[in-house]
Design a protein around this ligand. Sequence first.
Ligand SMILES: [Zn+2]
Length: 256
Amino acid sequence: MLLCPVRDCRLALVREARRVVCARGHSFDVARSGYVNLLQPQDRRSKQPGDTVAALAARRRLHDGGATGPLLNAIAEMLGASAGDMVLDAGCGDGFYLGSLARRTGFSAHGVDISIPAVDAAARRYPKCEWIVANADRFVPFADGSFSIVLSITARMNASEFRRVLRENGRLLVAVPAPEDLIELRGAGRDRVARTVETFARAFTLANQRRVTTAADLDAAAVHDVLHSIYRPIRSTPAEAMQLTFSLDLLLFRAV
Ligand SMILES: [Zn+2]
């Protein structure tokens, strides 16, 4: 099901002990933690703030502290996935959403992200899922129709590739930050729903839509963690204990 990411190759990759290899001999390492690195030289880009080990650890502490639990529950409810589903999370980050949903549901889980430290963390935490480092903006390295569900949770979107790897009648769940998300730290954001629906209009129809909002009382260390994980906060450190709003717009699409 995995495809070779080399331009104009795209042959199936066969898993060996410590690598995956295509019939043309393109070979990619399987890391000690279990993920496969399919990055191409042209995919290397400047580091993003969210990619640092410190930012990953900060986000993980937020998840472990329960702040994002209501968001996870809302996603699980809207998705209604079952054990037979084949699920791709494109832009999976540290794997919290995909890994947690897979543990609840028992579906076959596959996560892709461009960040090596994020995918390494995901592979260590959720070893039963498949984790791939790749640039999904360019190419989602899976065969056509591989999945019954694609997730895109506050990640970059690639409508044509999401559609290609989905089966007929497959579902796509997109989560984008709602205007109130972290409003205490970065002010009101814009409403992204209309533009997101437009992004997917050619290949998908909108089946369901919901805004989920939760507030969490965080101590100073946790607020500091959030500041580390976002761009352009309007408040500067040092952080103090405060209540923060987490809010996502969830959009469920059906492939047409
Ligand atoms: Zn190849």
